[in-house]
Write a protein that binds this ligand. Structure first.
Ligand SMILES: [Zn+2]
Ligand SMILES: [Zn+2]
Length: 340
């Protein structure tokens, strides 16, 4: 396959381009949805506002308040003075791996990841809105409480083992993140009034992204806009690369096709002049049994192996490749017969 390098490059480029286009539209749609979501102050009027909407539901709104636990809060493992409502504990292994090309590259692997969640609400002016299913949020901002990297000190045996196994451990990283009590966050999602009369913010059913972020709505829109612009630039870059690669493939295809046609033409011309030359040097006065059994014009020139029959001229022998025309024996190869 003549185009293998270009095709692989085009395939990889198309995958990256598709991802960039997807991300661009994801950011664009999220931005449009958030811009269209009304911002509601958490206050005592909120119940009435929700009650005026069908099914006691506002499909996409943004609210802002401080995190309040509904029950006993979770205490941090690494700093007991910190308490929160969501805790993430993650243990990651950092290794250096030898790639198939023989280079050593950094890579990491999550060994363990645990989320602890307790019910909580966003509160402002004494009014609380419960947050449902916070782990389903597309963006969930949490504070890093601790982040430790413990390097591995390899022994001689480890060195030898890593040389053969192609993997060497660099160390273990343990991270703890928490959504702390009292943090002011913006929640963007579906606001409903539950059967118990409590207001709840939950993942939106309209497909919009669910956000629990410490950014304000304006900063969030700015960030999404920045990200959207970056993806647009990437789309242009990778789109151009795809065009260049496609152009190269088409150019190479046309060039190869032309070369093939020229070679074919040259071969045909050579063959024609060869036949003509042979015809000119042949003896014209030959009797019947000296003539090729196929064309009855040229002399017998080729011996067929293994049967040994000399019955064909060189021109006809080019077209007869399978069986001897006299005895039907399979032809293994042909050779010019001398002195016949
Ligand atoms: Zn012949
Ligand atoms: Zn034969």
């Amino acid at each position: 396959m003549e185009y293998i390098a270009e095709t692989i490059a085009l395939g990889i480029d198309s995958l990256i381009l598709a991802t960039c286009i997807k991300q661009y539209y994801k950011n664009k749609n999220a931005m449009a949805m958030i811009q269209g979501a009304p911002y509601l102050e958490i206050n005592k009027d909120l119940h009435e506002i929700v009650a005026t909407h069908p099914e006691n539901k506002l499909s996409y709104v943004s609210i802002r308040g401080s995190v309040k636990p509904l029950g006993n809060p979770i205490l941090s493992n690494s700093n007991p003075t910190v308490s929160g409502v969501i805790q993430l504990l993650r243990i990651k292994e950092h290794v250096i791996k030898r790639s198939t090309a023989g280079f050593w590259t950094d890579s990491e692997r999550i060994i363990q990841e645990v989320h602890n969640v307790m019910p909580f609400a966003l509160e402002d002016k004494g009014i609380q809105i419960e947050i449902c299913d916070p782990l389903a949020a597309d963006v969930l901002d949490m504070d890093v409480i601790s982040d430790n990297f413990r390097p591995t000190v390899p022994s001689v045996i480890d060195h030898i083992w890593s040389f053969f196994a192609g993997v060497r451990q660099r160390g273990v990283q343990s991270t703890e993140k928490m959504l702390r009590i009292g943090t002011t966050i913006t929640g963007i999602g579906e606001l409903v009034s539950g059967k118990d009369g409590h207001l709840k913010l939950q993942p939106p059913a309209n497909g919009g992204p669910f956000y629990l972020t410490n950014m304000r709505v304006t900063s969030l829109i700015k960030k999404l806009d920045g990200s959207k612009k970056n993806y647009r630039i990437l789309c242009i870059i990778f789109g151009s690369i795809a065009l260049v690669l496609s152009g190269l493939i088409v150019r190479k295809y046309i060039k190869l096709k032309k070369e093939k046609e020229a070679a074919e033409k040259q071969r045909a011309q050579l063959e024609l002049s060869r036949r003509e030359r042979r015809r000119q040097i042949r003896d014209e006065d030959l009797d019947e049994n000296q003539l090729c059994v196929v064309c009855k014009t040229n002399p017998k020139e080729m011996i067929l192996i293994p049967c040994g029959h000399v019955c064909l001229c060189e021109d006809c022998s080019a077209d007869i490749t399978e069986n001897c025309p006299i005895c039907r024996t399979e032809i293994n190869y042909k050779h010019v017969a001398y002195g016949i």
